[in-house]
Design a protein around this ligand. Sequence first.
Ligand code: NAP
Ligand code: G4F
Length: 343
Amino acid sequence: MGKKALITGVTGQDGSYLSEFLIEKGYDVYGMIRRSSVDFRERIAHLESNPQFHLVYGDLGDAVSLIKVMTEVKPDEVYNLAAQSHVQVSFDVPEFTADVDATGVLRVLEAVRIAGIADKCHIYQASTSELYGKVEEVPQNENTPFHPYSPYAVAKLYGYWIIKEYREAYNMFCCSGILFNHESERRGETFVTRKITLAAARISQGMQDKLYLGNMDSLRDWGYAKDYVECMWLILQNDKPEDFVIATGVQHSVREFTTLAFHHAGIELEWQGAGMDEKGVDKATGRVLVEVSPDFYRPTDVVNLWGDPSKAKRELGWNPTKTSFEELVKIMVDHDMKKVKNA
Ligand code: NAP
Ligand code: G4F
């Protein structure tokens, strides 16, 4: 019998890549989905006929559903990826974000205990570099103090601490992966990277006039999601339950990402002006293609994320630079160029 893994958030970017990865490793994967009025499961549609892939209903806001799933599936490994994952949206729906991203983690842990599998089940919690928030140290590692800077980050901080608490109080194998931003051609379209690659593809093919962005000085350590799901698995195969920073160790600005994405789409941008008046101008035509909009500024913004993946490299043997920043941008733009062309 192969191992059984339960993935919450299976319809998301990471859930879909992790499902593929675990199926390849021989696991039976149980993906938890919630009921929605439209069956919009684009990222996992290709897996639905795979005999190793099973869908179960559940919601992180509903303890009963979690207890039912844990009791019926009795997974060897749980990957808790489900979350309201958009930082800007967390300012609009802070209570929902807290319920799912904070209390939801507690519900998962309690469901594992109630199902009677706490002594054998390994649990991964999708923690985040947003915990460092208004950063107190650059680059950030496992010992850097946290300073969460959004309702999302505050909720995720609870998730991080309750995982640590259950590890110490009940001797459970539960760990947090403190993952820095990771992107892909499956990234949600309102996160900045995907918004940029889609806009570059549409603008270059005459389907969109302009791209409006918020803070372009913001710095991120962007990796490729497909590489990061391997680390989630490695964390649960480790001898002892520990938390790990997962990052590339390389930092770029939103402006740099934009310049490179447009370059791959065949447009060379030149930046003119500063602050709210900054514009990205097409060098060939003089047309303004990128402008700043206050709509995409946040009440508090995290502007200097840069991870130190030394521990994951040393103790898990993980390679943080498998896919470079340049390759990542190219993968995303190439994908979106085709998507726009075939639309
Ligand atoms: P994502 O694409 O936004 O996916 C989020 C998933 O959570 C979706 O499957 C969504 O289901 C599900 N979900 C939301 N609320 C739920 C609820 N109440 N009950 C059950 N499922 C629910 O996120 P992602 O980028 O794959 O990220 C995965 C996890 O890693 C998240 O916890 C995120 O906060 C964390 N994280 C992400 C990054 C990153 O850069 N991507 C970095 C650090 C940490 P629906 O499809 O039904 O909405
Ligand atoms: O792409 P973002 O929305 O990602 P953010 O806020 O870093 O959050 C993502 O990564 C976290 C890990 O650090 C995850 F925990 C979280 O779940 C999510 O996956 O924004 C990145 C930066 C921000 O500083 C934002 O202010 O880009 C800046 N930005 C500038 N213009 C924009 C825009 N962000 C968005 N979404 N849209 C813009 O137009």
